[in-house]
Write a protein that binds this ligand. Structure first.
Ligand SMILES: O=P(O)(O)OC[C@H]1O[C@@H](O)[C@@H](O)[C@@H](O)[C@@H]1O
Length: 467
């Protein structure tokens, strides 16, 4: 699957919080070791040397089995790898429901592996393997430019600021909530104006600020909480989301009932959660402390790099070990109390029948063949822009590190030394050192999502190339 390395993801139960770790086989020791401690890192001194030349970075998607998953992410991965042997793509080599495909991750122990293009073997003859976290620590300035800060050596190494996944929620996700932000948190290796864009409860709206100061979780001192953005990419029949609290003044009651072990239907009956049908093209913003679940949807998820979920209700399901999946009512109640904003689900669609209406905090404008919509608010920890491009060439100036996700259509991505054709679900990390890339649709149009830290989008909006 990854050269001669077998990569395996296992679920570990650490106290009450479910977490997981990517493992790799150490040939010398003849056993599994955490990927981050593997010594298979490359020896390049610059990002260009590692890559052969500076180029958009592609990572190996990591497929994660989930009880609520399906088979589409697996089928997609098989198509992409040009294999019909699905079992070779799954940890443990057993075909099972896949819920998540981790596209870009620097999360400790679960960092994405760089897809190598040049096949330079390292000194010991092995294919080099770089994780995103290793690249971030060694070449952060090439990736993020002047906004990257190196930490003094006695401090925690900076963490890559975003986590990008595809989710296939064939069945309901657990009803869940993620922990809130801790003030004075790790900046994720970014500084200056960019650092201000990382989630800060002080800059949230007034009603939210008072709540942000309540009890804070102590499990992850010094880390950001989990702020999520969902773009609904595909839907099935009966596609729905459930979110809450519906109003800010319900937060305490919701927390109380969750702590007392209330189930999803009781919270819905009490009007503390709301159930909404969703269509492809809608999006949701889920600040820490938002209760949520979904089913019948494929989602592109962008989040801050915190892999912690507190389950409120799991509908009596058993995990792969045959045991009921753990619920965390006490931690969930605490996360709800320290929530930093209400969950929002867009009323309009980014594409489809009502895509023209203005909604929520997004803004939209049309330029030549392009539709641009800024989705997240300036105080949010990352900025999301949706763009529809035609087949005229557009330049994207990379004044800051950008993640490019293809949503629909085929995209031609051109940079100084090369070009590549991207398909829906392809994700690329565009380092600042690339300076600029050009984009155009191979067909009539292509939809893309751009992820950055700053809301200014200075030179980072594609502009037409004069012909
Ligand atoms: O606890 P389960 O149901 O497996 O869900 C866990 C998953 O939930 C989703 O809403 C997202 O937050 C994912 O990033 C997370 O991994």
């Amino acid at each position: 699957m990854f050269g001669n390395q077998l990569a395996i993801m296992v679920n570990l139960m650490e106290t009450e919080i479910e977490t997981s770790q990517f493992l790799t086989v150490d040939d010398r020791l003849g056993r599994l070791i955490p990927l981050e401690s593997s010594e298979l890192t490359g020896s390049g001194e610059t990002l260009s040397e590692v890559m052969g030349s500076i180029r958009p970075l592609a990572f190996e998607p990591e497929l994660v089995p989930k009880v609520w998953g399906g088979y589409r992410l697996l089928e997609h991965a098989a198509r992409r790898q040009k294999t019909s042997d699905y079992s070779s793509l799954v940890s443990g080599n057993e075909i099972c429901r896949i819920g998540e495909s981790w596209e870009i991750s620097g999360v400790e122990g679960k960092s994405s592996r760089l897809k190598m293009v040049s096949q330079h073997p390292s000194e010991n003859g092995q294919q080099e393997i770089w994780t995103l976290q290793q690249l971030w620590q060694k070449f952060g300035a090439s990736l993020a430019g002047s906004s990257f800060v190196t930490q003094p050596s006695d401090e925690q190494p900076p963490e890559f600021p975003w986590l990008v996944k595809h989710l296939e929620c064939n069945d309901w996700l657990s009803l869940q909530v993620h922990p809130a932000v801790i003030p004075g948190c790790d900046s994720g290796g970014l500084t200056g104006t960019t650092q201000l864009r990382l989630f800060n409860p002080e800059s949230a709206s007034k009603t939210e600020t008072s709540k942000a100061r309540v009890e804070l979780p102590d499990e992850f001192p010094g880390k950001n909480g989990k702020f999520e953005f969902w773009l609904v990419v595909e839907t099935a029949i009966d596609s729905e989301v459930i979110v809450g609290p519906v109003r800010e003044d319900q937060r305490e009651e919701l927390a109380k009932q969750v702590e007392a072990g209330a189930r999803e239907y009781e919270l819905l009956e009490a009007g503390l959660l709301t159930r909404l049908p969703v269509e492809a093209g809608q999006w949701a913003i889920l600040p820490p402390g938002s209760v949520h679940t979904a089913r019948g949807v494929t989602i592109l998820e962008v989040q801050t790099p915190v892999d912690v979920t507190y389950r409120i209700d799991d509908y009596g399901r058993r995990g792969s070990d045959g045991e009921l999946r753990t619920l965390h009512p006490r931690e969930a109640a605490r996360a709800i109390r320290s929530g930093t904003g209400l969950p929002q689900v867009s009323h309009s669609l980014l594409w489809g029948s009502n895509s023209k209406s203005h909604v929520d905090q997004s803004t939209q404008h049309k330029q030549s063949s392009r539709l641009i919509r800024h989705i997240t608010a300036p105080q949010d920890p990352f900025q999301i822009r949706f763009q529809k491009l035609g087949n005229d060439l557009q330049i994207l100036n990379l004044e800051e590190m950008t993640v490019l996700c293809v949503i629909d259509g085929e995209l031609e991505l051109i940079w100084k030394h090369g070009t590549e054709l991207l398909e829906p679900r392809d994700v690329r990390l565009l380092p600042v050192d690339l300076r600029e890339v050009s984009l155009r649709s191979k067909g009539e149009s292509v939809s893309i999502l751009l992820l950055t830290s700053s809301s200014s989008f200075g030179g980072n909006s594609p502009s037409s190339v004069p012909r």
